[in-house]
Design a protein around this ligand. Structure first.
Ligand code: PMP
Length: 429
C-alpha cells in the first residue's frame, strides 16, 4: 500500500536552520492535509465552466448549478445519510457547521446539550450561552465514560436535546463509540451530533447503523482535513430541523419571496447557504470524496494503523518520552507526547529547524481535555492565564495522513534521539 503519489507537494524541499534544503515531513495532518492531485486536477478542469450558480441563465451558469446541486447526493452517499430525509448544507468548515446547528436546534435555554471533556473548542463553545451545557466525563486515559453519559441523560430527565460528541479526538485520536452513544441519546429523546473532522478522512463512516435507534442524526466535517482545500465543509442532518424558523445568516439565496414587510424563506438547504455559494470548494470536496472512495476507506484505515503502530512502538522505546495514550486500539493515527524536561513548543521548534518535521504543539484547541490529561487544576490554569510570560501546558502532536511513510517515522526517531542527547544544550539555548 502506497498512497504517496496521490498528494500534492510530498517532495517539497524546505530550508533547515543551517540553510540546507531538506524534504519536508508533514506530521500535522490533523490540522490540515495537503490536497490530492485529483483535487487540483478537478479544479483546473472545472475552471473553464466556472460561473455564477442558481441565478444565471447562461449555459455555464446552468451547468455550474447542476454540478453544485447534484454534488449533494454524493456527499449524502459518502456518509451513508438518508437521501430522502437528510440534507447537506455546505459551510466553510466544521466550526461553522456546529455553530449553525447551535443556532437552529432549540431557542429555549432550558434545553440541555451534553458535550464531552474531550471536545475541540468548536464542539464546545458554540453550545455555551445558548443552552445549558454539561460535559460527559473521561477516564484517566482520556476515554469517554458511557456510564456518565447515561447518568447525565437520566439526571436531565428528557431535557437533553443533543449529545454533541467528537467522532475521533484531535488530541488522542480516540474514536468514540458513536453508535452506542446514539442508542443512549435516542433512548432519552436526544439527537446525536458527531463532529467528524478527525474521523471522516480516516475511517468509513455510516450515519445509518444496523439498528434504527443507533443512527447518527448530524455529522459535520471540513474539506481541508480530507485532502480538499480550505473554505468548504458540510453539515448533514434531518431536513425538517432546518425547515422551521429563520436562518442564522440572511441574504441572497435564502428567500423565495421578499416584500417590504414579509419574507418567505427558501427550503433547506438553500435557506441555510446565504450568499453566493462556494462552487469551486464543492467541486474540490467531491473530487476528494471520490478519491477517498476509490482508494477505499478500509485500506486507508489499515495503512494508517501501520503508521500509528510503528510510530507508537518507536516512541515507546525512549524512557524520556511521555506518551499519554499508550493503548492504540480504536483510534486514528494521532499521537500526543512530551519529552521530559523540554517544553513542548521547543521540541516542535527543534523538529522543524533541524529535521524539517512539522508537528503541532500546545493544546490543539482542546484546552479542557489537555488540562485533564495533564491533571492541571483550575487554580493553576488561572495562575497561568494571568501571567502572559508563563509557559503554557501542552503536548507535541503527531498526526499522520495516508501519504506518510515509515521511512519518515524513522527520521522522527533520529530526531527524538538527537533532542534527548542534546537536551542540556537546548535547555540553555
Ligand atoms: N473538531 C475537531 C475534532 C477538529 O480537530 C477541528 C480542527 N482541528 C475542528 C473541529 C474544527 O475544524 P475547522 O477548523 O476546520 O472548523
Amino acid at each position: 500500500m502506497y498512497f504517496r503519489n496521490l498528494v500534492v507537494g510530498v517532495n517539497t524541499l524546505v530550508p533547515l536552520k543551517n540553510g540546507k534544503l531538506t524534504r519536508y515531513i508533514n506530521f500535522d495532518n490533523a490540522a490540515t492535509t495537503p490536497p490530492f492531485i485529483n483535487v487540483m486536477n478537478a479544479i483546473n478542469s472545472f475552471a473553464p465552466w466556472y460561473s455564477s450558480i442558481h441565478r444565471g441563465t447562461g449555459y455555464k451558469s446552468v451547468f455550474s448549478t447542476e454540478i453544485y446541486e447534484s454534488s449533494r447526493e454524493k456527499v449524502l452517499n459518502f456518509v451513508g445519510a438518508d437521501s430522502k430525509l437528510d440534507t447537506v448544507i455546505y459551510v466553510r468548515n466544521t466550526t461553522e457547521a456546529i455553530n449553525k446547528l447551535s443556532n437552529r436546534l432549540c431557542k429555549d435555554d432550558k434545553c440541555v446539550v451534553l458535550s464531552t471533556f474531550m471536545e475541540h473548542h468548536s464542539n464546545d463553545l458554540p453550545w455555551r450561552g445558548k443552552f445549558k451545557v454539561d460535559y460527559i466525563e473521561t477516564d484517566d486515559c482520556g476515554r469517554l465514560l458511557l456510564d456518565d453519559l447515561e447518568g447525565k441523560l437520566k439526571k436531565y430527565d428528557g431535557k437533553v436535546k443533543l449529545v454533541a460528541v467528537t467522532g475521533a479526538s484531535n488530541v488522542t485520536g480516540y474514536i468514540n463509540p458513536y453508535y452506542e452513544i446514539a442508542k443512549l441519546a435516542h433512548k432519552y429523546g436526544a439527537f446525536i451530533l458527531v463532529d467528524g473532522a478527525q474521523l471522516i478522512p480516516h475511517r468509513k463512516f455510516d450515519m445509518k447503523s444496523h439498528s434504527d435507534d443507533e443512527h447518527i442524526d448530524f455529522i459535520a466535517f471540513s474539506g481541508h482535513k480530507m485532502y480538499a482545500p480550505f473554505g468548504v465543509g458540510a453539515l448533514i442532518g434531518p431536513k425538517r430541523i432546518f425547515e422551521k424558523g429563520e436562518p442564522d445568516l440572511k441574504g441572497g439565496g435564502t428567500v423565495k419571496v421578499v416584500s417590504h414587510d414579509f419574507v418567505i424563506w427558501e427550503d433547506p438547504p438553500s435557506k441555510e447557504e446565504a450568499g453566493t455559494p462556494n462552487l469551486m470548494g464543492v467541486v474540490a470536496l467531491i473530487a476528494a470524496i471520490e478519491t477517498l472512495q476509490n482508494i477505499g476507506m478500509d485500506k486507508i484505515d489499515e495503512y494508517e494503523r501501520i503508521l500509528l503502530k510503528y510510530a507508537n512502538h518507536i516512541l515507546s522505546q525512549f524512557n524520556d518520552v511521555e506518551l499519554y495514550c499508550p493503548n492504540i486500539s480504536n483510534k486514528v493515527a494521532i499521537i500526543p507526547f512530551n519529552i521530559k524536561g523540554i517544553y513542548h513548543g521547543k521540541v516542535a521548534e527543534i523538529l522543524s529547524d533541524y529535521f524539517a518535521i512539522a508537528v503541532r504543539s500546545g493544546c490543539f484547541c482542546a484546552q479542557p481535555y489537555i488540562q485533564r490529561l495533564l491533571r492541571i487544576d483550575k487554580e493553576k490554569i488561572l495562575k497561568i492565564a494571568k501571567n502572559p510570560d508563563s509557559k503554557r501546558p501542552g503536548m507535541v502532536r503527531l498526526s499522520f495522513g495516508l501519504y506518510n511513510t515509515c521511512d519518515e517515522i524513522d527520521i522522527l526517531a533520529r530526531a527524538i534521539r538527537f533532542i534527548i542527547a542534546n537536551k542540556s544544550y537546548f535547555l540553555s539555548n
